[in-house]
Design a protein around this ligand. Structure first.
Ligand code: FAD
Ligand code: NAD
Length: 464
């Protein structure tokens, strides 16, 4: 068996692992990265990027269809059609440009990439069954676990046939007539709305009594209205009982009534679970947090020189958190004193309209015993939103009452994902309401709602 020795061995080439490897390489740390599939991991190949590509295609198709129906803008067009095979090819083109780019960046940083399955033997030894058939043993001083997550399967409706995860739904060979989505979380709603725009009938089944249970009711209300406007059927407080190719999806509601829903495709999107077993990680007997690997604020596990980042370490399971953790680990291995202590990890839900949150909500601040004030500005009073024909939603800011330090931001509306940077920067820089209120924001932009929310919290709103 071939033997390789390295300072850092990274298992997993997703956003966590590849960013850690690039940064370590840049800092002169000899680094090996093992990836069994494509570089870029879930995010680049079957997650963030492909889903946003499909969401964009669906939005373009919907716009074309709306113009065909006679647009108030005076645009007239014929009824559009979609060649979904070409849409998927276009999406795949973006994915391969990005994954190819990651390979180039890793090469440039001097990282050795091994394509194969890594099996952990102990905290310093990993064997790899390489894709080209060769097996090797890699000895390392530091082991970084960045193995990510995979979709949760429902025992009464296992994946296969018409029952699919987001992975299959992002590479369709054809469009379903009726898609049933189980789970009204991030994936279920992002993809459910996109498929509706592409022309499928869509029914969403959710176990809780609300959509997007992580967000408050004011934030989800415009999304709920959009689901109605798009003709998406919603079953809240319902549990999945099973699926049968002939009779469709069987659900049970809170009154214990059984309902059968005809469906030719079923997306199960009820969460993701960490890949923390089946790869030798369990043999390390690390301290766990449920199925997640427990880490401290340095991303260190309970075993010396064994680190873990990204989805395998728990919520929030977001690409930018994984990347930020990756940098923190690489810099520590290169000798720097670093900690992963962000004031805010922004979260964006790419529904229509989008939701973005950063920092604390009013309820979270209250639970923490902080006396807060808040300000809200609706997009209905924002000129840019009117010109975009999208006035649903608002921006909200939460700040301490005593010194006006900003603790959190929330927004819902078209394209509000682009406000995430402003939200996070204001908190990381310790901004007070007066800093945002006193900053000249370009006109006409959606960002003016950010300034106006701060003004409103100070009792000085100008445009409402
Ligand atoms: P992953 O990206 O899962 O990468 C882990 C890698 O490790 C994989 O490539 C896997 O093949 C490899 N691996 C595992 N075990 C082994 C082994 N034993 N040997 C070798 N290789 C191994 N997040 C956002 O922030 N924004 C979004 O818009 C967003 N959209 C999403 C949409 C969908 C449909 C999905 C499914 C997820 C989305 N996410 C989004 C979540 C995001 O993809 C993850 O948070 C992110 O990919 C986690 O990065 P990671 O490096 O921890 O793990
Ligand atoms: P999720 O946690 O966002 O939503 C799962 C939903 O399924 C919840 O509303 C839950 O109540 C519901 N549910 C659970 N069991 C159920 C059952 N048996 N029947 C009906 N409903 C049930 O999970 P997800 O949508 O699968 O996404 C997984 C993770 O991927 C997310 O937590 C997020 O970290 C990441 N992600 C992020 C983005 C983004 O950042 N825009 C997009 C997609 C995915």
């Amino acid at each position: 068996m071939k033997e390789i020795t390295t300072r850092l061995l990274v298992i997993g080439g997703g956003p966590g692992g590849y960013v850690a490897a690039i940064r370590a390489g840049q800092l002169g740390v000899s680094t090996v990265l093992v990836e069994t599939s494509e570089l870029g991991g879930t995010c680049l190949t079957i997650g963030c990027i492909p889903s946003k590509a499909m969401i964009h295609a669906a939005r373009q198709f919907e716009h074309a269809a709306q113009s065909a129906g006679g647009s108030p803008l005076g645009i007239r067009a014929g009824q559009p059609s979609i060649d979904i095979t070409q849409t998927v090819q276009w999406k795949d083109g973006i994915v391969s440009r990005l994954t190819g780019g990651v390979g180039t960046l890793l090469r440039k940083a001097g990282v050795k990439v091994i394509k194969g399955w890594a099996q952990v033997q102990d905290g310093k030894t990993v064997t790899v069954q390489a894709k080209d058939g060769e097996s090797m043993r890699v000895q390392c001083e530091h082991l970084l676990l960045a193995t990510g997550s995979e979709p949760v399967e429902l025992p009464m409706a296992p994946f296969g046939g018409a029952v699919v995860s987001s992975t299959e739904l992002l590479s369709p060979v054809d469009l379903p007539r009726h898609l049933v989505v189980v789970g009204a979380g991030y994936i279920g709603l992002e993809l459910g709305i996109a498929y509706r725009k592409l022309g499928a009938d869509v029914t969403v089944v959710e176990a809780e009594n609300t959509i997007l249970p992580r967000y408050d009711a004011e934030l989800t209300k415009p999304v709920l209205q959009s689901l109605k406007r798009h003709g998406i059927t919603l079953h809240l407080d319902c549990s999945m009982e099973g699926h049968d190719e002939r009779t469709g999806v069987h659900i049970r509601n809170a009154q214990a009534d059984q309902i059968a829903i005809d469906a030719d495709r079923v997306l199960v999107a009820v969460g993701r679970r960490p890949r923390s077993s089946g790869n030798g990680i369990e043999s390390l007997q690390l301290r766990m947090d449920g199925h997640f690997i427990a880490v401290d604020d340095r991303c260190q596990t309970s075993m010396r020189s064994v680190w873990a980042i990204g989805d395998v370490t728990g919520e929030p399971m977001l690409a930018h958190r994984a990347m930020a953790q990756g940098v923190v680990v690489a810099e520590q291995i290169a000798g720097q004193n670093r900690r992963f202590q962000p004031l805010s990890i922004p979260a964006v839900c790419f529904t229509d309209p989008e939701i973005v949150t950063a920092g604390l909500s009013a309820a979270q601040a209250e639970d923490a015993g902080v006396d807060c004030i808040q300000g809200t500005f609706p997009f209905a009073a924002n000129g840019r939103a009117m010109t975009l024909q999208s006035t649903a939603g608002f921006v909200r800011v939460i700040a301490r009452r005593d010194n006006h330090l900003i603790l959190g931001w929330q927004a819902v509306g078209q394209d509000v994902s682009e406000l995430a940077a402003a939200f996070s920067q204001s908190m990381e820089m310790g901004a007070q309401l007066e800093d945002i209120a006193g900053t000249i924001h370009a006109h006409p932009t959606l960002g003016e709602a950010v300034q106006e929310a701060a003004l409103q919290a100070l009792g000085q709103a100008l445009h409402i």
